[in-house]
Design a protein around this ligand. Structure first.
Ligand code: ADP
Ligand code: MG
Length: 205
């Protein structure tokens, strides 16, 4: 049992579509009101690229292609950051991967986002959802949890990390220009990152 990469990308695109208004409304409060449309543009292009390419691509090929499309099509900060996540994930994932490999690749993706964006945990960014999810995956793998259990824990961790961004002061990205006024608003990127983890859970095959 593993995360089907193409189903993950398609599922993330569907969740982004379903939550586009919410993502944009969150970004309207502390940014420039484009996070929903940025992610929709990028992920619908990623799905179109999957439709155009050979259906039988490996997880690494699917994630690398998705990365390239996100970097090319999304103008905002989130495009290169999610692109880097998928690129580093692609570089680390094995074919016929197990939960431990998924956890390792997920951590590689997170490390890529940190290296690229220079944000730390607590800076009120997507890292605040991705990092707890990576920790939960590692913990579950170490405990020998079943894949569904490991991914459920990752989703719960990402969602509580997302919720915790509300009380944080933004230190990176556009929201940081607001200083204290960024407090009291949930971070849009942490919100989409929790959807990324949920999509992985739903793509377990
Ligand atoms: P932009 O800020 O260029 O308009 P988006 O609105 O699409 O781009 O994305 C904003 C989200 O990107 C933020 O909510 C935050 O989670 C994330 N983000 C911004 N800068 C960084 C960074 N340096 N590291 C990690 N995530 C970041
Ligand atoms: Mg924005």
């Amino acid at each position: 049992m593993t995360v089907d990469a193409a189903a993950w990308v398609r599922g993330f695109a569907a969740l982004v579509d379903a939550h586009a208004h919410e993502l944009t409304a969150l970004d309207a409060a502390i940014g420039d009101a484009d996070h929903g449309t940025n992610m929709q543009r990028g992920m619908s292009a990623a799905v179109a690229a999957l439709d155009d390419s050979d259906a039988g691509g490996t997880a690494a090929e699917v994630c690398k292609q998705t990365a390239m499309v996100l970097i090319r099509t999304v103008g905002g900060a989130s495009g290169p950051l999610y692109g880097t996540f998928f690129l580093r994930f692609a570089g680390a994932i094995q074919p016929d991967t197990e939960t431990a490999d998924f956890a390792r690749a997920f951590r590689a993706g997170l490390d890529g986002v940190i290296a690229r964006g220079k944000a730390e945990l607590g800076d009120k960014t997507m890292i605040d959802a991705l990092s707890p999810a990576a920790d939960a995956l590692d913990k579950q793998v170490a405990a020998g949890a079943a894949p569904a259990e490991a991914l459920d824990a990752a989703v719960a961790a990402a969602e509580s990390g997302r919720d915790a961004t509300t009380s944080l002061l933004a230190r990176k990205g556009r929201a940081s220009y607001l200083g204290e006024r960024s407090v009291g608003h949930q971070d849009p990127g942490a919100t989409s990152a929790a959807l990324l983890v949920l999509a992985a859970r739903q793509a377990l095959r």
